[in-house]
Design a protein around this ligand. Structure first.
Ligand SMILES: [Zn+2]
Length: 430
């Protein structure tokens, strides 16, 4: 379905991409605009004219051909476009082919790698020998650290090259597939997995547009969601009607994991190959391979608990303390003073822990537990914190806030629609 960037610093918040078109492309502006419209036809992607945004793209003319970086690289980054083609498929007009080429480059900038760089591509397509010798970049399979294949191989992806659909260079099942005029639905669904904030609210599971604060319900046919959610290895985990569920963020499909019935789940985090779940006063480590057989189950985890994974460690607040928890044994060690009574949420971002407690947001050292209070609104009542790129996102008092993790300065996102939210999960952060 797509090979999508997983480097979190390369995501565009909300899949919103500010752009401008350089004067060198003035004549070809209609082609660029047509390509932008192809992506904006999806409700999940928005290219918007740049105003004051720091991170953005500029379309520039290059007679030599087209290129783009993968994902958001910081500052104004260039998409080079010829915006003209010398040869094009017989089923397309020249303008259609040129538009599709620009749409392909936009796909890179949004975070898509080439479809034929997927690790499973040799099961589907045969790389032409000339290319395999001469063009290492375009045909290598991307390292798992940088890219994740979503769903099955898509022969109609805008991110695939024409050779895989063209005889006689290949025996691929893609042979004869229609040359794409536009991003395929799987292209869009693969990108959608990078929309990263999820929350459970009033029994339903929501994905949140991290730019506007608008919500989109997912796994829409089902209610009965409750308790925390957590990401692990490209999937989201949560609880519906007491059963642990794995959600494929590309397909919005939930699948039951294991056969246990869970009650009183208060916290969950994902780390390594396991979920860490606090339920009924016990902390349990559930390896994904054997979710019904905890590696450990330790007591004394009653009351309000928060969990966060940072580096290779697990951190928790419970009772008066912040703890570092050994993910192998579940044993814990208090960090710093007994100062965390009533902590309502915790998140990890760039080496720091952030904890809301006593109406205040704290930045906390994961080394020694020392802290400083950040500014911002009074963070009382139910809260939920999640990291997002350079920012923290915080639900509180029916609203979602974007929070600067240095100063605590904050901005409200979207309408007041989140009363009682106590869980937030951002994706690909671990
Ligand atoms: Zn490309």
């Amino acid at each position: 379905m797509g090979l999508v960037n997983v480097k979190k610093e390369w995501f565009w918040p909300g899949l919103r991409l500010p752009y401008r078109i350089d004067a060198s492309l003035a004549e070809k502006r209609p082609i660029v605009m047509a390509a932008i419209e192809l992506w904006n036809a999806s409700p999940f992607v928005r290219l918007v004219p740049r105003t004051a945004e720091r991170d953005s793209v500029v379309f520039q003319h290059d007679p030599g051909g087209c290129s783009s970086s993968i994902g958001r690289r910081g500052g104004e980054q260039v998409i080079l476009c010829a915006a003209a083609v010398s040869v094009w498929p017989p089923c397309q007009t020249e303008a259609q082919a040129a538009t599709a080429t620009v749409a392909h480059e936009i796909g890179h900038a949004l975070g898509l790698h080439h479809e034929h760089q997927r690790p499973d591509r040799d099961d589907v397509v045969v790389i032409p020998e000339a290319l395999s010798k001469n063009d290492q970049y375009t045909i290598r399979t991307e390292a798992r650290d940088f890219a994740r294949p979503i769903g099955p191989y898509d022969c109609c992806s805008i991110m695939g090259y024409g050779w895989q659909r063209t005889p006689p260079k290949t025996r691929s099942p893609c042979l004869g597939a229609a040359e794409p005029l536009a991003p395929s639905l799987p292209d869009v669904l693969a990108l959608r997995t990078t929309l990263r904030l999820w929350t459970v609210h009033q029994g339903r599971l929501f994905r949140v547009d991290t730019f506007t604060g608008e919500r989109a319900e997912v796994v829409a046919a089902f209610s009965g969601w409750s308790g925390p959610t957590a990401p692990l290895l490209g999937r989201l985990y949560g609880f519906r009607s007491g059963l642990l569920q794995e959600i494929d963020p590309g397909l919005d499909v939930a699948t039951r994991v294991g056969s246990r019935t869970w009650t009183d789940v208060t916290a969950m985090a994902g780390l390594g190959d396991s979920l860490f779940v606090v339920a009924g006063s016990r902390l349990q480590r559930l390896p994904l391979a054997l979710p019904d057989s905890p590696t450990f189950s330790v007591e004394d985890w009653g009351g309000r608990v928060t969990l966060a994974a940072l580096g290779g460690d697990l951190f928790a607040t419970q009772g008066d303390y912040l703890y570092r928890v050994d993910p192998k044994t579940g044993s814990r060690q208090a960090l710093g003073k007994a100062a965390w009574t009533g902590a309502t949420s915790m998140a990890a971002l760039r080496g720091w822990l952030y904890i809301i407690q006593n109406d205040r947001l704290h930045r906390v050292s994961s080394q020694d537990g020392s802290w400083q209070v950040l500014g911002g609104p009074a963070w009382g009542g139910d809260t939920a914190l999640a990291p997002l790129g350079d920012y923290l996102l915080a639900f509180q008092n029916s609203r979602l806030h974007a929070v600067d993790p240095q100063s605590g300065a904050w901005q409200v996102l979207g309408p007041a629609q989140w009363a009682g939210v106590r869980t937030a999960t951002s994706f690909y952060e671990n």
